[in-house]
Design a protein around this ligand. Sequence first.
Ligand code: FAD
Length: 465
Amino acid sequence: MRDIKCQLLVIGAGPGGYVCAIRAGQLGVDTVIVEAEKPGGTCLNVGCIPSKALIHAADEFDKASAFAAGDTPLGIHVGEARIDYPKTVEWKDGIVRRLTNGVSGLLKKAGVKHVDGWARFRDGKTVHVDTPTGPQTIEADQIVIATGSTPVELPGLAFGGAVLSSTGALALTEIPQRLAVVGAGYIGLELGTAFAKLGSQVCVLEAMDRILPAYDEELTKPVKKRLEALGVRVLTGVKAERHSASAGTLAYTSDGGQSGTVPADAVLVTIGRAPATTGWGLEELDLTMDGRFIAVDDQCRTSMRGVHAIGDVTGEPMLAHRAMAQGEMVAEIVAGKRRAWDRHCVPAVCFTDPEIVTAGLSPQEAATAGLDVRSASFPLQANGRAMTIERDDGFVRIVARADNHLVVGVQAVGAQISELASYFAHAIEMGARLEDVAQTVHAHPTLGEAFQEAALRTLGHALHI
Ligand code: FAD
């Protein structure tokens, strides 16, 4: 096979890599992208999209079950709720197919050459790819490493059989009767909640002393309450150890040294994700690392000239939209534009029930950063829209500088609140002050009014509380 020479080579077609390649192609950069699996990466194939599809199906089934049980104040009655799970999986997979095919189409439209196979560095300018039709060498002026991340295993609970990673859980074709979820971070709780709504008996085991330890506790309280209402058992301060397939149990030890077991036909291990830094020849390069991640500067340049890195492989927050924003920026830099990472915030959403959104600084983070801030929350109990969707559990909190009222952070918890994440980030990015949020005419009745009211409350004159 003839060697390929190009201006830009992107390794990995996840949200970071494919966005980078599309933008570079649009700008006329001669671009090649290499991907070992299907385009779309973790996010489209085994992450954001299939998990949200599963969560939606679970929510609908939960609703139908409540109607069937007559457990609703709406006066709606239906017959028995049943689920044809293979059909649900087929629907989820159809969405994934549509999106990944769409990415292939977009790459083609942008004039990007797609090479199918596993890339391995020979040196900082040359990569070797094992393609289905033979070995291929690619030489590039500039290379972007967008290899993403992979799920972390627990000693004693290696993936395989009944011990599942998030990828394995999303590939199940049957709903497990008894599911143990190890790790109460966002991925474990999103999937654990979905399976609980689909009928699994779910037990969550967390080594720290509370669920979602990365979030401030006030935000996680409504989630904890809802897990209780769904019958999900949560054990904190425990370490999962071994799974016995024959007994159908997962053994654990608690911080106090006691041991016990929980029922588990399947075990979902979601204790975190690690940057994908092995198997592609990192050792052939001279890259400065930042712990386990590849160190990058504000233009996503690594310590080697002509080698950039973006997305999960470069650190936290490991989120698709951060990877995409980095990818777009790097493409423009390669095309000769002046760009640098100057974003004020990367919003994060936890698609639990209720959902959690964070953008910018929490009151504690602002204090740690030495800022003098004002902060107030507005409860969804006082928001008309929240009542009409039967979900008034949660609140919106705003954090602003005390001197000039610049909004530096927004946190919220509530059903469907994820749709406000970009609105919160926009306010922070545009340098909004409390008065800007308070004086914007908000459509009624919407959840967004809770943001306006939180701003008004921070200014000392909320109207609806
Ligand atoms: P990835 O998406 O991991 O893509 C890397 C790609 O590189 C892969 O396709 C891989 O096959 C390929 N690759 C690696 N090495 C090579 C090589 N040597 N040669 C060829 N190809 C290679 N994020 C959100 O923002 N919102 C969410 O709701 C969300 N939900 C998630 C739910 C789950 C269950 C999981 C697991 C993750 C979720 N994430 C979510 C995280 C999100 O998926 C990642 O942050 C995002 O995919 C990172 O993008 P990336 O481009 O850095 O890497």
